[in-house]
Design a protein around this ligand. Sequence first.
Ligand code: SF4
Length: 113
Amino acid sequence: MDRKDETRGASRRDFLRKTAGFGLVVVGAPAFLSACGKGDEGPNCLNPPGLTPAQRQQRTALAYVEKVADQSRRCDVCTFYTDPTAAGQCGGCNLGLGPVNPGGSCNSFAPKS
Ligand code: SF4
């Protein structure tokens, strides 16, 4: 092995050493996000495009929240909730709030009978 090969080998080793940490970050990111609960929280319906001023006002008036801690008060078990047209999308609310998160809620929650 001449000096040029040694330099090339050292350079390759340095490159692998320096990029190994990056690879762990990329490989570990989904597991980390999942553990933090950031990977599977469903659709973001807090401020969807096309929300009308009336819908915004209604959201404020009824104190709509995107995620409710009390699972028994979720939008998807509310009588005013309408299912989304496709899986993973926002549902609807018959009280004029516009798109709502299945896991959201507001002060007018009423359980389905
Ligand atoms: S009334 Fe409130 S809790 Fe019921 S679906 Fe609409 S936003 Fe959700």
